[in-house]
Design a protein around this ligand. Structure first.
Ligand code: GLU
Length: 434
């Protein structure tokens, strides 16, 4: 789709809860529920490495602005650490650490030979010129150069970063190293060794997870409606693939505003409209909708695809959906989660729901390492196989333990990590390898 890759992720922010505290609570519960040694929690709660970098950028007016960036490498027992880089004013050390832990869990659930990593720069990229953004991207990656690489830590896009930013970063890294190293990051432009299907992968994965959840609940998707928060890369691709399954998307919001049409929004037409450089709020073949109203829509499926902490004690009571598919990382606070559980909502947790991105990133890295490239069909087939298997593993854990999907996902992920920790001799105890 033309220009879609230029569009950054949606930008809806509300940081009222520390994501690191949230992930720590969930990890601790999983360690307890799996009756594991408490030391395992103490290993998992911290990244193995956390780097802070200073990023001086010469602004167009001649001033130097010194930005702050981070990279958290959580766990490297399965392979290189892996995860995106976000550019956002709210980036902070706890958020980056939490996001890197989530990456470890995603890879573990999907059985990818990767660990978790995440990076971020405290910046609002909308305030930078193209030249300033390029300099920021290049300087940030230069500062990370000693600790990243195709066998160490592999960045990718995240909120407000995209293939264009990845292209600059790869170029900078290659120039420092003196040769072409495409496997040093993923989510690159296709021409530089990016993978077919990567741009759409997270959204395609969300669609697959919604499809599997609908089977569990015996729901007919062609009769179902969706409300979607966030229309960046992930949100827009999710809408596109759900629309192809005949699901009616009836409400969408992003940082510019929102739209609703109770008969269903024409997603292909909306995507064309946005590709022409328009904003969502200007689309006039639907009624305006606020973010607050989005939560109140009478839909079957609610999909947060923006930032953390959106489904809270204030917004969760309004959600009427049977399925909440967490396309964003950490969109639900513990209080919000409790309310959804009391309503018996089927939650597809973030660490499963949005793992399609890192899965195709893994395929991208594999193709780079062997310098042989697959067609999109092959990629999509492998993605579906991995994600459906991951979904079924989590579902089996849920059914076996009579617990919710989120807890089941954490337990599947933690169990997988613990097997490797035991095999490496880090921890003793009961063998989990069977
Ligand atoms: N930023 C994405 C995520 O949160 C993708 C990471 C990757 O592809 O490495 O999962």
């Amino acid at each position: 789709m033309p220009d879609q890759h230029e569009k950054a992720e949606a930008d809806i922010t509300s940081h009222d809860k520390n994501p690191l505290e949230i992930v720590h609570e969930l990890l601790k519960d999983s360690v307890d529920d799996l009756k594991l040694d408490e030391n395992i929690y103490h290993i998992l709660k911290k990244p193995i490495r956390m780097l802070e970098v200073s990023i001086p950028v010469r602004m167009d007016n001649g001033d130097i602005h010194n930005y702050t960036g981070y990279r958290s490498q959580h766990l490297d027992i399965f392979g290189p650490t892996k995860g995106g880089i976000r550019f956002h004013p709210d980036v902070n050390t706890d958020e980056v650490k939490a996001l890197s832990i989530w990456m470890s869990l995603k890879s573990a659930i999907l059985n990818l030979p990767l660990g978790g990593g995440k990076g971020g720069v405290i910046v609002d990229p909308a305030e930078l010129s193209d030249r300033e953004l390029e300099e920021l991207s290049r300087t940030y990656i230069r500062k990370l150069t000693p600790v990243i690489g195709p066998q160490k830590d592999i960045p990718a896009p995240d909120v407000n970063t995209n293939p264009r930013v990845m292209g600059w970063m790869m170029d900078e890294y290659d120039q420092l190293r003196g040769y072409n190293i495409p496997g040093m990051l993923t989510g690159k432009p296709l021409i530089l060794g990016g993978s077919e299907g990567r741009l759409a992968a997270t959204g395609r994965g969300v669609m697959l997870m919604v499809r599997e959840a609908a089977k569990v609940l015996d729901m007919d998707l062609s009769q179902s409606t969706v409300a979607l928060q966030g229309f960046g890369n992930v949100g827009s691709m999710t809408a596109k693939y759900l629309h192809e399954l005949d699901v009616n998307v009836i409400g969408i919001t992003d940082a510019s505003g929102g739209i609703t049409n109770e008969n269903g929004i024409d997603i292909p037409e909306l995507l064309d409209f946005l590709a022409e450089g328009n904003s969502l709020a200007d689309y006039d073949k639907a009624e305006p909708l606020t973010n607050e109203e989005l939560f109140k829509l009478p839909v079957d499926i609610f999909i947060p695809a923006a930032m953390e902490n959106q489904i809270t004690k204030d917004t969760a009571p309004h959600i009427q959906a049977k399925i909440v598919a967490e396309a964003a990382n950490g969109p639900t606070t513990p209080e919000g989660n409790k309310i959804l559980e009391e309503k018996d909502v089927f939650i597809i947790p973030d660490i499963l729901c949005n793992a399609g991105g890192v899965t195709v990133s893994y395929f991208e890295w594999v193709q780079n390492e062997m310098n042989f490239y697959w067609k999109e069909e092959a990629i999509n087939e492998k993605l579906e196989e991995r994600m459906v298997e991951g979904f079924n593993n989590v579902l089996d854990m849920r059914n076996k333990e009579n617990i919710r999907m989120r807890k089941a996902a954490y337990m599947v992920g933690v169990k997988h990590i613990v097997k490797a920790l035991k095999a490496r001799g880090w921890i003793k105890g009961e063998d989990l390898s069977q």
